[in-house]
Design a protein around this ligand. Sequence first.
Ligand code: SF4
Ligand code: SF4
Length: 428
Amino acid sequence: MVELLKNKLSRQVVGSMVGCVHCGMCSDACHYALARPHDPTMTPAYKADQIRRIFKRHFDWTGRIVPWWVHAGTPKDDEDLNRLKNIVFGTCSGCRRCTLNCPMGVDTAVLVRLTRGILTELGIVPEGVFVVSKDSWETGNQMGVTKEDYLETLQWMEEETQAELDDPTFKIPIDKEDCDFMYTINPREVKYDPRSIGNAGKIFYCAGESWTMPSWGWDQTNFGLFSGDDKLGGYIAKNLYEAAKRLRAKRIVISECGHGYRSTRWEGYNWAKYKQDLPSESVVVTMVRYINQERIKVDPSRNPLPVTYHDSCNIARSGDLTEEPRWILKRVCADFREMHPNRSDNFCCTGGSGLLSMVEYKPLRMEVARIKAEQLTATGAKIVCTSCHNCVDGLTDVIKHYKLDIKVAQILDLVADALIIPKKNEKK
Ligand code: SF4
Ligand code: SF4
C-alpha cells in the first residue's frame, strides 16, 4: 500500500496532504456534513485525514519520529482496510464543493480518488465498482453494451427519427470519415434512454450538420475517474481519441454527461498520455452555436412548465461550463428559474463519483439528499433540467425518496421539444 501511495504522489497531492490546518470551513460545504452536523466522520477533513495519516507515517518527518503525536499510522488488518474503503467510497461523492471552500487550497476529492485508486489496485472495492470496472475493460464501455446492441439501437433511433421528421433520408452516420465532428455518448443512452440519441440526431439534421458516430470508442464516460484507476481511465479515453483520429473528425462532441465531459476533455489525455490534437466540446456548446447562428429555430412556448437547472459538479465546478446551459434554457423554456445556490456553488445530485453503482451506500446517500431535496423544492419548478445522465439518475432517486412533484429532463430533450422542424424544401 505504501509503495502504491508513493507512486501516486505529485505536487498537487502533497499540497493537499500537508496543507490542511483543520479550520473546519470545508464542513459548511459538504452535503454529508450538513445533513449530519453532529457526526465528525462526515467532515471532509476527517475523510482526508484517513489517507493523510498513512502519508504522514511514511513520508513526513513528524509522522516518522512522533507518529502518536500527529495521529500517523498505517492500516493494520482487513478491518482497517474495509473501514477505509467505506469512508472513501461511501461518504464522499467527489463533488469538490469543499475544495472551493478551503482557504488552503486542499482538494479533498483528489485525496479520496487517490485512495480509491490504491484500494482498487489492492482489490478492496465495493462489488458495484468491481462489476463496472470489469465491464469497462471487457467491452470498452461501462455498461457492458455489446457492439451489436449499440449498432442496433442506432439503427432503431434512425428509423424512429426518420418517421418523426417524415424524411427517409435521415441517417445516423456510422464511421463516416472527414466529418465536422464525431459524436460520443454515455452508454446509459443506449441502455435506458435511446431517445436522447434520436433527439441529438434530429437537432444535427435541422442544423444541416456533418457528423458521425464511431462503431468503437464511442463511450465518452470513464469509470476510471470514479474508481481512481488511471490505467482504466487511459484505456477508455484512448479508444475514443483513436476513433476520432481514425475517422479524421475535426472535433469531438460530448453528449450530456458531467464526468464524461471532464474525463474526455482533459483528464483522459493525462491518463492515456495522449497528445491532444483535436478540440472537444459539450453538445451544449454545439447547440448554443446552432441557435446563435440561426441554424436551428426554437419555440419556448412548447416547454410551458416552470424549469430549473441543476449544475452537474463536473460540468460547473470542475468544468466551468455554467452560462451556456442557462443561455439555452432561457430560449427554449417559457419559465426558467434559478436554483440556489447555483453554478460552482451548487450541491451534488448525490449520485456523483460512481455512487449509483454502490447500493450498500444508498441509505446514507438518501439521508444526505435532504439538502438537494430542499434546494429543489424551494424553486417551485415542475421540471429540473440537468446536463448529465448521471445526475438524471441521482436526481430521480432524490425525487422518488422525498416524494417531490418534479420531473427530470436534459437540455437536449428540451431543445428537441422546442425545435421548429423546417419543411423539407426549407432545410439547409
Ligand atoms: S477548509 Fe481546508 S484547511 Fe480547513 S479543515 Fe477543510 S481541508 Fe482543512
Ligand atoms: S468532495 Fe463533496 S462529498 Fe466529498 S468531502 Fe468534499 S464536499 Fe463532501
